[in-house]
Design a protein around this ligand. Structure first.
Ligand code: FAD
Length: 422
């Protein structure tokens, strides 16, 4: 896909000939579908129309092509092309480089400077290494080593995280249930945080506190916040995903087919790929087909047709209501359909399955299709993260931006706020 000429590629698909021609036309004709408009005018038009409507109304495509493109946006936006603006699709090519949005090539929308940076940096264990590096900076004896490379295979010593002799302590398995000033917020000198550990309610007290969890939970944890701020915090609806990893005993079937990733628009999982080939420090990716490998499979449990935040709520409902046995059956069925002709046997070749149900996955990012155009200081994330005396609010939600860099920036901002004092 993307490397074979479109007519030739589509000819191998089971799609009717007319649809094949229509999809190939969208990719190959490279036409300016909005002639006479400036680049800025085109961009504002595309900001107000979904990519699905862009294809049918502006590129005049047959609506029957839509299922082919529907899940292109699932990995970055956790909804399909009915709920993402055409401009957002243009600016954010899919992060695995598997899909390329059709229709923009002749539109003269600007060069690569108009697009977001590609999504390419990756530790072998994903963002876990970032968390481990942060813990090592705080408590060096908890994670051996000194470099980004050696953290990947370092074994953490959990017993060092919460020692009374240490000036810094990390307490796991402790769910905060209340954060409040000791006395009137205007004059209080301390904040009390109540948390539950092994079913018991406990308390810690500090000069200040940073709440760095899901925005929508913050009003429940901190009922003394002003109502306007609570309302702003509730605006955020996290985006759900199902990230499945399947350990396979070898990847000969992929090698035989000459592929590393599979886009399956109509299937339970819309995307499957071999793990990113990253070697770092002592960790080396499996480079030979006979070696064990981890497969990544993506399902985005949204419900197309609804407003975007409702799609996320419905997705979460599906995700929580699906038992592991059903995920497992779907995984085995789909891998068999895709790979059995190349010799894959799911009973023999699957060594393990991990299904991560990210009920509250990405932070909600505002979109020109569904969200009003607020002045910067009126955006819910800005109203919601306002310092409340000795309590500050961080998390990626506080930036309405789904990525780690945003979470780190917000954490820095929240800590600086408290260091300046109340
Ligand atoms: C599947 C997936 C893949 C991702 N891939 C990438 C990627 O490749 N690149 C990238 O930049 N970003 C990626 N992200 C986004 C990135 O993980 C987030 O932006 C980042 O983790 C947000 O950090 P945070 O500190 O805001 O929140 P979190 O990392 O969610 O941390 C919040 C912490 O608070 C804890 N918590 C919540 N409530 C309470 C409570 N009441 N009491 C105590 N503790 C509580 C939670 O357990 C959690 O540990 C991905 C996210 C997901 C879900």
């Amino acid at each position: 896909m993307g490397s074979t000429p479109w007519p030739e590629f589509l000819k191998k698909s089971p799609l009717p000939a007319k649809l094949q021609q229509e999809i190939a036309r969208l990719y190959d004709e490279k036409r300016d579908y909005l002639p006479g408009l400036s680049k800025e005018e085109k961009q504002s038009r595309l900001a107000k129309i979904s990519y699905a409507d862009f294809l049918t109304q502006i590129c005049k495509a047959d609506p029957a092509v839509l299922p082919f493109f529907q899940t292109y946006s699932h990995d970055l936006f956790a909804v399909g092309i009915d709920a993402v603006s055409a401009l957002a699709c243009y600016r954010n090519p899919d992060d695995y480089g598997a899909c390329h949005y059709a229709g923009f090539d002749g539109m003269q929308l600007g060069g690569d400077e108009e697009k977001e940076e590609p999504y390419i940096f990756h530790f072998p264990d994903g963002n876990a290494s970032i968390a481990r590096l942060l813990v090592r900076s705080l408590i060096p004896e908890a994670v051996p080593g000194h470099t980004m490379e050696d953290v990947v295979t370092a074994r953490a010593d959990y017993s060092k995280l919460d020692q009374s002799s240490s000036p810094l302590r990390v307490r796991l398995n402790s769910t905060a249930v209340r954060a409040q000033h000791s006395g009137q917020p205007e004059s209080a000198q301390e904040v009390e945080v109540a948390y539950v550990q092994e079913g018991k309610l406990k308390k810690v007290t500090g000069k200040c506190c940073v709440l760095a969890c899901y925005n929508s939970m913050v009003p429940y944890l901190c009922p003394e916040l002003p109502d306007k701020q609570k309302e702003a915090l509730h605006y955020c609806v996290k985006e759900p995903f199902i990230y499945t990893h399947v350990a396979i005993r070898n990847w000969r079937a992929f090698h035989k087919l000459g592929i590393r990733q599979i886009v399956s628009p109509g299937s339970y999982h819309s995307f499957t790929m071999l793990d990113f080939p990253v070697s770092l420090g002592a960790y080396e990716f499996p480079s030979k087909p006979e070696e064990p490998m981890v497969l990544f499979m993506l399902r985005t449990p949204c419900q197309s047709g609804l407003p975007r935040r409702d799609q996320y709520r419905m997705g979460r409902f599906e995700l929580i209501g699906t038992p592991f046995s059903e995920f497992e059956r779907k995984i085995r069925e789909q891998l068999t359909r895709m790979l059995a002709p190349a010799g894959f046997d799911s009973a023999r070749d699957i060594a393990a399955i991990t299904v991560n149900r990210w009920a509250h996955g990405y932070a909600y990012e505002y979109d020109s299709l569904f969200d009003p155009h607020w002045a910067p200081e009126e955006r819910p994330c800005v109203v919601g993260r306002k310092q409340f005396r000795r309590i500050s609010i961080a998390n990626a939600d506080a930036a309405a931006s789904a990525y780690t860099n945003a979470a780190i920036d917000q954490a820095y901002r929240a800590v600086q706020e408290q260091l300046k004092g109340v």
